[in-house]
Design a protein around this ligand. Sequence first.
Ligand code: 5GP
Length: 183
Amino acid sequence: MQFSDVEGDLSEVLLTQEEIHEKIAVMARQIEIDYAGEKVLLVGVLRGAVMVMADLARELALPIEMDWMAVSSYGAGTQSSGVVRILKDLDSDLEGRKVLIVEDIIDSGLTLSWLLGNLRSRGAASVEICTLLRKPDAAKVEVDVKYVGFDIPNAFVVGYGLDFAEKYRNLRGIAVLAPHVYA
Ligand code: 5GP
């Protein structure tokens, strides 16, 4: 889906498909250097990270495995609460593995800091984070994020896996959702 297909719902285009793909390639080159000779386990957080995972995994010139987790951050509307519940756990054993969490966005950082602690407690050799987007709020919680694509303004964004009420995930780029849509 293109921006023009939902134009009235968007207030500003933030990132085009091309800009996203260029950035993912840059992140992949760094990951290839940092994990040279290793088999990385990419852990995607459902459902938002599906697109990032699909593009990053194909871009990486490294042997990888993929696994998925689904978590829910309790909270009303467009705010995360930090209370996290596992809806679907990993299928893989993390003992001794080099794990790279692949995320779409870090907002408050509450979900990820919880996830980081949870995965680190399972005996992984290392657990790092790669996120396409990060909002300024993330700086308020201590989350050590190794790879960040873009720092974006504090607005609610959709597209490229990110939804509002399950809509807009298939938008090719990323845009700010117009307030009238969620008001
Ligand atoms: P955090 O715990 O970092 O505040 O929130 C993380 C989760 O909230 C993300 O994985 C994502 O699902 C959701 N989220 C945070 N900001 C946005 C946003 O701007 N747009 C969308 N669609 N989801 C967001």
